[in-house]
Design a protein around this ligand. Structure first.
Ligand code: BES
Ligand code: MN
Ligand code: MN
Length: 479
């Protein structure tokens, strides 16, 4: 069947193009059920499951229950809510047993990032709104919309008797955006839950519209709070200014010593384990549809790019560690003016880590660097909040050929291997049993993850349901 696709689906080519697709039962599943699917996803997105804010703990539970209820309705004989008290529940489900068929473990997260700054949303973040074929809501793309896509792919893949084409497990957690502690503990205690022929993680975007991706590496993370105390209590800045040590000044000087003007991070030993991408990989990145000027104009929207100038932009994003300051608290920031010397200041910072770095080692390097830099008048403390090791994925196992085929049949293009600068903390644990981990997804680069007006392009969802239903069928029928 020939389908006309718009110019925007085909970057770099003018006019209309035509693509071949096979009509599987799966493409019309979404067509036939569109209104219901949109209503269901809207219901899911309405729940403000912000995992990092304690006042939303009940909402996280509601979102978990929504997922669990849905999986029961889809005919999963085992559906459980797991985890520790104090954490957000993990939804575990097993599909009906299909003897002799492979097992796929599906991972995703129902928690979302805080919606602030609220004023910048054109519609309320938890009132999903369709504008120009895009569903706008917090979590639309990261990751509720993608979790929902997999639930529906499972639904679509079942035969007339309700029997799925393979054995399927779902592991849907509620702390991905805040470090995955509960799931880390669960998998340490019960590693057999990850036993599968393949793990499918659907929480990332395409390379570009019409251009699916499969990820070969994600960065890790080391998130920390640095607190500087210089005084027993705040002081009058007139009476004591000039002689008393200022906590904010001390903190800001300290932070500024952690990165040079050339973008290089000044933490001793930090680059020792950084592995350069291979020549072949660097060459492949040059062939991607990445244009620095367009990236600056459409995604970054700033006056200039920063960072290590001798490295290409993709290398800076995908293969080099970062150091970012997220916020500085303390002192006086209210309306008007207050003349005070603050006694204490705290910065939230993080480093992104790249293949071969290790979170634990980086924590030690950060702590020793701060010790070296701390002036004698300051008490400097660091608290590590959460983190993750970076990951690298070998995409040679046969399941990747099937992923490629499913995308090719439905979207008209296979999955291009790329990396991302983002992190998914639980991925190393998901792969520990030896199952290949497929990192892919249905997002688009302009989805606005973690930002105001996050969206999911609905066509991506309709296509995605067909892609993953077909993938389940292909994996199930694989010899
Ligand atoms: N889905 C993202 C990660 C992502 C996005 C990877 C795009 C690759 C491409 C995930 O939900 C996320 O935001 N992770 C956090 C993890 C952190 C809180 C430990 C991140 O990367 O900041
Ligand atoms: Mn995510
Ligand atoms: Mn996220």
């Amino acid at each position: 069947m020939l389908i006309e696709i718009d110019r925007w689906l085909s970057p770099g080519r003018g006019g209309k193009i035509w693509r071949m697709t096979t009509t599987t039962g799966f493409t019309d599943f979404a067509e036939r059920h569109r209104a219901r699917l949109l209503a269901e996803l809207t219901e899911f997105l309405t729940i403000p499951s912000v995992s990092t804010l304690p006042e939303h703990a009940a909402d996280c539970r509601t979102a978990a229950k929504w997922v669990a209820g849905h999986l029961k309705e889809l005919g999963c004989p085992t559906v459980k809510m797991l985890g520790d008290r104090g954490g957000h529940p993990i939804v575990w489900a097993e599909g009906p047993r299909v003897p002799g068929r492979p097992t796929v473990l599906v991972y995703g997260h129902y928690d979302v990032q805080p919606p602030d700054p609220i004023d910048e949303w054109h519609s309320p973040p938890f009132t999903p709104t369709v504008v120009d074929g895009r569903l706008v809501a917090r979590g639309a793309s990261d990751d509720k919309g993608q979790v929902y896509c997999l639930l529906k792919a499972f639904e679509a893949s079942r035969g007339p008797d309700g029997r799925p084409p393979l054995n399927i497990r779902f592991l849907i957690e509620g702390e991905e955006e805040s470090g995955s502690k509960t799931l880390t503990n669960l998998l340490a205690k019960e590693p057999e839950r990850t036993r599968a022929d393949a793990v499918l993680v659907c929480d990332v975007p395409y390379v570009a519209p019409g251009w699916p991706a499969v990820y070969t590496a994600l960065r890790g993370m080391c998130y920390a709070e640095i607190t500087v105390r210089t005084l027993a209590s705040d002081l009058h800045s007139g009476l004591y200014g000039g002689a008393a040590p200022n906590a904010h000044e001390t903190l800001v000087r300290l932070l500024s010593q952690l990165k040079g003007p050339n973008g290089r991070i000044r933490i001793e030993g930090l680059y020792d384990d950084v592995q350069r991408p291979s020549r072949a990989e660097l060459a492949a990145w040059k062939r991607l549809p990445f244009r620095e000027r367009k990236f600056l104009r459409d995604e970054i929207r700033a006056k200039a790019l920063t960072g290590v100038q001798r490295a290409s932009v993709l290398e800076r994003l995908w293969a080099l560690p970062t150091f970012e300051i997220h916020g500085i608290a303390g002192g006086f920031t209210g309306t008007g003016a207050k003349t005070v010397i603050p006694a204490q200041a705290t910065a939230k910072v993080s480093l992104r880590l790249v293949p071969n770095q290790k979170e634990k080692k980086v924590q030690r390097l950060v702590a020793s660097q701060l010790k070296r830099l701390a002036p004698k008048w300051a008490d400097v403390r660091v608290r590590f909040v959460h983190g993750a090791d970076p990951i690298q994925v070998d995409t040679s196992p046969p399941v990747f050929t099937l992923v490629d085929q499913a995308f090719r049949e439905v979207v008209g293009r296979g999955a291009t291997p790329i990396r991302s600068g983002g992190s998914i903390p639980i991925v190393p644990a998901l792969g520990r049993s030896g199952a290949p981990v497929v990192l892919t997804g249905i997002g688009l680069p302009d989805d606005g993850l973690h930002a105001p007006n996050e969206k999911l392009t609905l066509q991506q969802l309709w296509d995605g349901i067909a892609v993953f239903a077909r993938l389940f069928e292909l994996v199930g029928s694989d010899e």
